[in-house]
Design a protein around this ligand. Structure first.
Ligand code: ADP
Ligand code: MG
Length: 260
């Protein structure tokens, strides 16, 4: 197959990204690409910077150096001299809309029904009329297996169901890239499978995803590539069979031994 220029351009590209909290450099010269339709699993010990990396991508954190491009468009960067080049708020909002984030703690609005949780963004941010937003929300709810719970409130649902609603809410914003931050870490073990199953379905449908996870077996099954991060650095990144079964760096080997 002949690759077109658009195929060649990664959907997400990070170059030399640095993030500091005070004196602590929590992202150090991060370079990372995700191609359209690709699933990248990000693994690594607690405190290594995985959440900060995800949050930088959708501008929940302002980075201190480097470039983040989504679909070839710049999210934010610093000029060589160190002078922050502020993107206009409007440009940041537009860029942020290309991603959807799914959090460990679901972050649903507890006073809203499932349907209203999902339609809020499309109505308020995308300006969709209620009827259209609800029709689309129902399709996403079916997709995550919760078509029958649209009038429920989050507290009436299990953690696994709440997380599936959060995924439907992310999909409703029609993102180019879905970001998952340990989507199953807050769940009882028996509920993990239903959430991973939904993510696996999305992978089959070629949704582009960056998934922070502790589920090594899941990463192996679903990811096209796995990146191992430690201490603010991407130590290695490659196909699962390489990074998980035959890691080249001793830090990756030590981490995987601990996790096993
Ligand atoms: P991970 O998700 O891999 O566990 P994080 O990205 O949450 O790692 O954190 C990376 C480092 O940044 C940690 O040392 C953490 O303590 C620090 N950190 C994260 N958020 C903040 C913050 N808002 N202020 C100061 N330090 C922070
Ligand atoms: Mg984290």
């Amino acid at each position: 197959m002949t690759a077109t220029r658009e195929d060649e351009q990664p959907l997400l590209e990070m170059r030399g990204v640095v993030k500091r909290y005070g004196d602590q450099e929590v992202l150090r010269d991060i370079g990372l690409t995700v191609r359209r339709g690709e699933v990248l699993a990000l693994i690594g010990p607690s405190g290594s910077g995985k959440s900060t990396l995800l949050r930088s991508i959708n501008q929940l954190e302002r980075t201190d150096d480097g470039e983040i491009l989504i679909g070839g468009e710049l999210m934010g960067f610093r000029l060589a001299g160190g002078r922050l080049h502020e993107l206009r708020e409007e440009a940041i909002c537009r860029q942020r809309l290309k991603t959807a984030m799914v959090f460990q703690q679901f972050n649903l609005f507890n006073h809203l029904t499932v349907l209203d949780n999902i339609t809020l963004g499309p109505r308020r941010v995308l300006g969709m009329p209620r009827a259209a937003a609800e029709a689309e929300a129902r399709r996403h709810l079916e997709r995550v297996g919760l078509g029958h719970r649209e009038q429920a409130y989050p507290r009436q649902l299990s953690g696994g169901q709440q997380q599936r609603v959060a995924i439907a809410r992310g999909l409703s914003m029609r993102p180019d890239l879905m970001l998952f931050d340990e989507p199953t870490s807050a769940l009882d073990p028996q509920l993990v499978g239903e959430v991973l199953g939904v993510i696996q379905d999305l992978a089959r449908e070629d949704m582009t995803m960056l998934i922070v996870t502790h589920e090594i077996r899941f990463a192996r099954n679903v990811a096209d590539r796995v990146a191992f991060m430690e201490d603010g650095v991407i130590v290695e990144c490659g196909p699962p069979e390489q990074v998980l079964d035959d890691p080249s760096d001793p830090r990756t080997r030590a981490f995987l031994r601990e996790e096993a």
